[in-house]
Design a protein around this ligand. Structure first.
Ligand SMILES: N[C@@H](CCC(=O)N[C@@H](CS)C(=O)NCC(=O)O)C(=O)O
Length: 203
């Protein structure tokens, strides 16, 4: 069987998938393309991901896109501590992953773009303020859940933590003030300090 292929440069949402592959100790081929130079609009790549977005994986006959879905698939396929261990945990892993994309990701991305990614002259502080206001509710929810546990399912790091911390981590990179949520910040440090993440990031 051919090796798992991961498409996408690390400085895209592909970082989440590479982090997962490192956690699982997978052997894979990395195609570090970026959307900014047209690489995602070639017929070859569109056959893998018709959305022309990164990341995407090819695993045998399966082409898969959507970063958090890819991570759920890889965790389920390869098992171990990161994978949901029963249907209740499956439900929770899906819940937290959908929650991260629907409640957190867009506001965190607005903050990230307007603090860091856009050229300085195009950044809008009002967008960052609005993003901060929008994030207050979901971040308080996450902080509350983490009040009595180290990880989302209790005492072990799982795909749910990986997926949610990869998204919430954008708020940290954007240097939003997270001090109102100490359980969340301690958990984020635990997740983003994992050897697999540091290895994926290259340090
Ligand atoms: N919801 C998708 C979003 C994928 C996405 O938008 N990726 C960005 C890179 S981080 C992209 O490829 N954008 C293409 C473009 O802007 O042309 C996922 O999580 O995989």
């Amino acid at each position: 069987m051919s090796k798992l292929q991961i498409h996408g440069a690390f400085n895209t949402r592909t970082s989440r998938v590479i982090w997962m592959a490192m956690e699982l100790g997978l052997d894979y081929d990395h195609n570090p393309i970026h959307y900014s130079d047209g690489s995602t609009r070639t017929p070859e790549f569109l056959a893998i991901n018709p959305n022309a977005t990164l990341p995407a994986i090819v695993d045998g006959d399966l082409c898969l896109w959507e970063s958090l879905a890819i991570n759920l698939y890889l965790a389920n396929k390869h098992g171990g501590d990161l994978a949901p261990k029963d249907t209740a945990e499956q439900g929770l892993a899906l819940q937290w992953s959908f929650w991260a994309t629907s409640e957190v990701e867009m506001a965190a991305l607005d903050a990230l773009k307007n603090r860091l990614l856009l050229p300085e002259g195009e950044r809008d502080a009002a967008v960052v303020d609005a993003a901060e206001k929008k994030l207050a509710k979901p971040l308080a929810v996450l902080d509350g859940v983490l009040a009595d546990r180290d990880y989302l399912f209790g005492d072990r790091f799982t795909v749910a933590d990986l997926n949610v911390s990869a998204v919430v981590g954008w708020a940290k990179i954007a240097k939003l003030d997270l001090s109102a949520w100490p359980n969340l910040t301690a958990w984020l440090d635990r997740c983003l300090g994992r050897p697999a993440f540091l290895k994926a990031r290259g340090n």
